[in-house]
Design a protein around this ligand. Structure first.
Ligand code: ATP
Ligand code: MG
Length: 181
């Protein structure tokens, strides 16, 4: 079914992303639950786990069709995604899972999308892409970072998602999907 434009949500922020397959999301969520038990932090919801490809922030309602056109024009192959390392960012207290060596096609997907979005005026600049899945927020002291079991899958699609503030942190919703070839 072709993508339809979503009903508006006031103050929503948009981003392109790869959503995690449910089985891998479930395993990562269990892993993160163990870390919360030992170290604290706020667990991301299992169905919210994703890798952001390009973050747009707020987008004017009348520009959403352009976003859809940009996404529909992407002609890139399916991307192999590996999550085989855990990292922690001090500046935002985020624990994440990422790739030791991201697949070039995954980097190209993010770079091409961002480049087109800059050309269309949605983004100010192309930013370095560090593929990662946020697992925990507000983690103050991770201690020794735990090892993670390696997870791998083939991303067959990418999505446009939006987020908005809720009383349990940001809520996300996938609003459209496009296949990788
Ligand atoms: P909150 O901002 O309320 O703490 P959040 O960061 O999950 O929650 P958003 O800010 O809407 O929600 O971000 C949506 C996704 O885009 C997240 O994966 C987030 O890490 C990513 N993101 C947000 N801001 C940027 C940015 N400036 N550059 C790159 N990615 C970003
Ligand atoms: Mg944010």
């Amino acid at each position: 079914m072709p993508n339809e434009l979503p009903p508006p949500v006031v103050g929503a922020r948009f981003f392109f992303a790869l959503w995690l397959p449910p089985a891998i999301a479930s395993q990562l969520h269990s892993f993160s639950g163990g870390v919360v038990g030992r170290c604290g932090g706020r667990l991301m919801r299992e169905d919210a786990l994703h890798i952001t490809l390009a973050f747009l922030g707020e987008v004017a309602e009348n520009r959403l069709p352009e976003l859809h056109e940009i996404a529909a024009a992407v002609e890139l192959p399916k991307a192999q995604v590996q999550l085989d390392r855990v990292g922690f960012w001090n500046h935002n207290h985020v624990l994440w899972a990422g790739s030791k060596e991201p697949a070039p096609v995954l980097e190209k997907l993010a770079a091409d999308l961002q480049k087109t979005l800059v050309e269309a005026g949605f983004l100010g600049e192309v930013k370095p892409f560090v593929p990662h899945v946020t697992l925990l927020r507000k983690l103050l002291h991770p201690g020794t970072l735990p090892e993670i079991q390696a997870h791998e899958w083939t991303a067959e699609e990418f999505v446009l998602a939006r987020s908005w503030p809720s009383d349990r942190g940001s809520a996300y919703e996938v609003v459209a999907r496009w296949p990788l070839k």
